[in-house]
Write a protein that binds this ligand. Structure first.
Ligand code: SAM
Length: 430
């Protein structure tokens, strides 16, 4: 990281297009460069989609050839970076995203906002960035009228983002993009279930697939917050990286669609002996046709395994956790476009270009209809087997006629639509 000291407590930090004077106690984390590179790439793809949709709905011509990064676009995105610290993220958004009208770089801390203002001047992006000192929640609650709403809201707090969700969901435009980071991984990974339930409304289980579980807990929490305001989420991309999770979700308005939310969440039953898990959706949806040819939708509560029943594989009792988001966590069409856009960019434009390509390539292969995953080492450990090579195990599943993929969240992960009995049978014969 190119860092130059310019005083006892000040340093100039260069990250891609931006130069930041970080002084005193203002927060700067170089490890988050991947997070910022990813967010910029996502927003460049999202901007085109969203602005095209908006132009079509208003019956005006759409021409993205006029979008230039660093230049104000009158019909472009209004972005709120609610917790901005040095303003680095906002400055990179201003300089590297095409199709931006305005970015509000907000922080509660006076020192942080002084730093944002200095950095905005230093990078000559006053045309796009408005520094703001306010409590993020108050700012969002004051921006719920149509003309004040944001097309994009970025929440990147310390720890849990939940107290900002109500405000964000009410101040985001229909179809807008919410970018949320959570760094309280110990809570999300099941170390303190009571804290996770209080914060995220979900009882986590201690599982090997805890990183994807963390993503699904966060998505569950955003969806349930959204439902209170007649809104629902559409996840475009959900990433577990380093010490945090980051989700990119579109927020749509639609009271009727909120009824489907129950069927997108599941409880999890995990065997206390062999750790086999089963998902139990909270609701099911049946669409049928009436005698008069009209389609009718019925919402029901399914039956399934329960805490009291014993595991069919080893006879132990189950632990029960959840609810978690059990619908797809990415939109593969979006990820494909994102990956193409990144591959077309010169390597030097994004510091974490290769890592982005690697992670997104795995994401593109992930089985979307298979929530969570097993970790092969753990399965081998249960059967007291020497470690089985992951590629050979994957081939065995493929030969048996099932689909299989990795998860970007763990390198030894097995996501498969094979029933767990097939997984155990293959391993027992190894
Ligand atoms: N997004 C920044 C980046 O990419 O470099 C990092 C943000 S840092 C993790 C969190 C920031 O949130 C701190 O600067 C802190 O002052 C600010 N903050 C904490 N509570 C806040 C609140 N209620 N409203 C606005 N800002 C707040």
């Amino acid at each position: 990281q190119p860092v130059t000291s310019i005083g006892a407590s000040e340093r100039v930090i260069k990250e891609r297009s931006a130069e930041i004077i970080a002084g005193g106690s203002v927060f700067y984390n170089p490890v988050q460069e991947f997070n910022r590179d990813l967010s910029i790439s996502v927003l460049n793809v999202f901007a085109k989609r969203f602005l095209k949709e908006r132009a079509q709905s208003e019956n005006v011509e759409f021409d993205d050839s006029t979008f230039v990064a660093g230049e104000k676009c009158e019909n472009g995105l209004r972005i709120l970076e609610a917790l901005s610290a040095t303003g680095l993220r906002s400055i990179r958004y201003a300089k590297e995203i095409a199709g931006v009208r305005e970015i509000i770089a907000n922080d509660l801390s006076k020192a942080a906002v002084a730093s944002i203002s200095e950095n905005v001047r230093h990078n000559a992006v006053e045309n796009l960035i408005v520094p703001s000192q306010s409590d993020a929640m108050t700012l969002m609650y004051l921006s719920t009228s149509n003309e004040k709403r944001f097309d994009v809201i970025d929440l990147d707090p310390y720890g849990c983002p939940n107290r900002f969700l109500d405000g964000a969901l009410q101040s985001i435009a229909n179809g807008g993009l919410l970018l949320v980071t959570a760094t309280d991984m110990a809570v999300l990974a099941g170390n303190t279930p009571e804290a996770c339930y209080a914060k995220y409304g979900c009882v986590p289980l201690r599982m090997k697939c805890c990183h994807e579980m963390a993503l699904r807990i966060l998505l569950h929490s955003i969806e349930t917050h959204a439902n209170r305001y007649g809104k629902y989420i559409e996840p475009l991309l959900s990433i577990s990286a380093d010490f945090y999770v980051r989700v990119f979700v579109r927020i749509h308005t639609g009271q009727a669609k909120c009824k489907y939310s129950m069927s997108k969440q599941s409880m999890i039953f995990q065997c206390t002996g062999c750790e086999t898990f089963t998902l139990q959706p909270l609701g099911n949806v049946k669409v049928s046709t009436t005698d008069k040819g009209k389609s009718q939708t019925k919402f029901g509560i399914p039956t399934g395994p329960s805490v009291g029943t014993n595991c069919e594989h080893c006879g132990h009792k189950h632990h029960m956790g959840g609810p978690i988001w059990s619908n797809p966590i990415h939109d593969h069409g979006f990820v494909k476009e994102l990956l193409q856009t990144i591959e077309e960019r010169p390597l030097c434009e994004l510091g974490t270009h290769r890592r982005l390509q690697g992670v997104l390539s795995v994401v593109q292969e992930e089985l979307l209809d298979v929530p969570l995953y097993y970790v092969l080492d753990k399965l081998c450990c249960v059967l007291k087997l020497e470690n089985v090579p992951v590629l050979k195990f994957r081939s065995a599943l493929l030969h048996a006629g099932y689909r299989v993929s990795f998860s970007h969240a763990s390198k030894n992960s097995i996501k498969t639509d094979a029933p767990t009995s097939v997984i155990w049978d293959i391993l027992r014969c190894w």
